[in-house]
Each structure stands twice: as C-alpha cells, then as structure tokens.
Design a binder for this molecule. Sequence first.
Ligand code: SF4
Length: 346
Amino acid sequence: MVKVDICDMTIPELEEYIEKIGEKKFHAKQIFKWLHREKVDSFDEMTDISKSLREKLKEKAYILKLSVIECQTSKKDGTMKFLIALDDKAAIESVLMQYHHGNTICISTQVGCRMGCKFCASTKDGFERSLKASEIEGQIRTVEKYTNKKISNVVYMGIGEPLDNFDNVVRSIKIINEPLGLGIGARHISVSTCGIVPKIYELAKENIQCTLSISLHATTDEKRKEIMPIANKYSIEELLTACKEYIKLTGRRISFEYALIADKNDTYEDALSLAKLLKGMIAHVNLIPVNEIKNGVYKKTNKEAVNRFMKNLNDLGIVTTIRRELGSDIDAACGQLRKKYIEGKK
Ligand code: SF4
C-alpha cells in the first residue's frame, strides 16, 4: 500500500482524510499541530492521540523528513545557506537571512527551473520536477529545527518559478499561514515570478494577501527578451496590466525586482523608462546588482552607478531601495550551491 504524505494537507484536507480512515474529524487539528508546529518526526511523539490511531497512521501515512546535506554560514552577516535533500535524493536550496525585523527564509519551489533566465544558476541544469506543498513548507520546518530560530518572513524566491507550480505553492501558503502550524501571516510572505501572466490573474483571485514580486529586469520587450525567455511569451504591457489587476483585487503593493547589469539596463534612460512604466502604480522597486554566476555573461553594475540609479528613480517619484547583498562570502546566490553539488556528483 502506498502511504500518504500527511504533511502535504491543509487542515480541511486532513479533516477529510481522517474521516475517510474512520476517525473523528477533530483529530485532524491535533495532528496538524504536531506536524507543523511541534515538528515531530514520528507519530509516536503525538502523545495526546490514542495508540490505536497512531498505529493506524503509521500503517497508512508517513511524515516527510527533509535532511540538510550542507549548511554554509556567512562570516560577514550570518546568512545561512542550506542544501537540502528531498526523499528522492534531489537537492534544493533554502537561505536564512537575519534582518533587524526578524528572520527571513528564501525557499525553493522546484528542483531546477525551466524558465531559462540568463543570469540565473538555477536554470542551467534544466528542470527535474516541481515540489509538493509539504516539501515547500518542509524547508521552513527543517531550517527552524536545525537552527532553533523562529522564522517570521518567507520569500518564494529560491530555485524554481513559483507560478509554474501554482497549486502546490498556493496550498503551501495555506499550510504556512495556519495558526495551528507555523502561523506566518500572508503579509509576511512574498511570491516572486518572472511574469507568467495568466497565473498572476489566478493568484489575484485567490486573494491570499501575499506580496507579489515581479522580476522585471528590463524596460523594453527587446531587452527583456535577451535576458528572460518568458518575455517572448508575454509583453511588458501584458505583464503590467496583470499587475494592476492584482493590486485592484488584493489592495497590495507590488514589488518590482530589477537586477542591474553593467552596460545593459543601468543607464539614466533605463531609469526614466522604468519610472514611466510604473507611474501611478502602488509599486516599489528593489534594485539588486546582478549575481555574477560561473560562466555567466553578465557583470554587475558598480556601487556608485547602483546608487545613482536608485536616486534617479526616487527623484522620478518611484519608491526604490537597494537590496542588501547578504552572504557574499558564501554561495548564497540562487542555485549556486546546488550547481556545485550536481557537478561534484558528476
Ligand atoms: S530567476 Fe527564477 S524564474 Fe528565472 S531561471 Fe532563475 S529560478 Fe527560474
């Protein structure tokens, strides 16, 4: 008999499952709490549940356990990068960043990525599979347990394109939100996308109240196509129309990520055209000097030019900040640690 992954269920799904196996629905909440808040590894640890139910669960279900293969800690700022093994031995990455407002984790949603963004190491070895909701939420449980630190913010910005794994991502947010579990509010969760337009509309309809973060990185379709293949499918105009709908339905501000690449997208004209595109939107721009990956073609914009770009945008009325580069002494850029691991295995 194939056992079910009991961590992969929201409370209503778990209630339905518990009733299906002939037990009282109220046990679902007890079990959920043991799994997601107490982070137990075995059914035997669920001490307020009868022995007979624990035995039944052992027979029919399993508790997903992810394991840390490697953890690198930055000496500069304490950022911790985890290489995590899934139960089929595939590897993903999670990064724990410590800010003054709390601990933030960046989590993966897929093993590899099929989006092909030119500046990204996560896509270089192709795409293996999407993660289940339990594997997405499990990264938080695993890191909290490993570090004994409470995580208060989650960004879906690790390996993979979250909206290319829509259903599992939405389900994982519901599991993460649940007060009986990790209890992280939707407003503390940010979902990033390279711009899969129809899924932005779907996410808006879910009305989850999470922050949507758009990887824009260029202000004309021509330039964007050079950097991000998704731009061949959806124009910037289509993307921004979807963003406006997201703002309308959720009332949430959108964050636009803009990776500054030397001599590519970092001139005054680029700042001007970015300001023009975002004028009137409830938006925020996050500037990041592009990550220079091994064998990558792009070089990062220098510090002075990044500051100038920010000032230009702020002067043009667009709220802009520079994302702090954390973990610069470790392989903290998305996909780099996993890439090394895969190359090592080869
Ligand atoms: S930046 Fe994101 S969407 Fe683009 S290839 Fe990397 S992981 Fe995929």
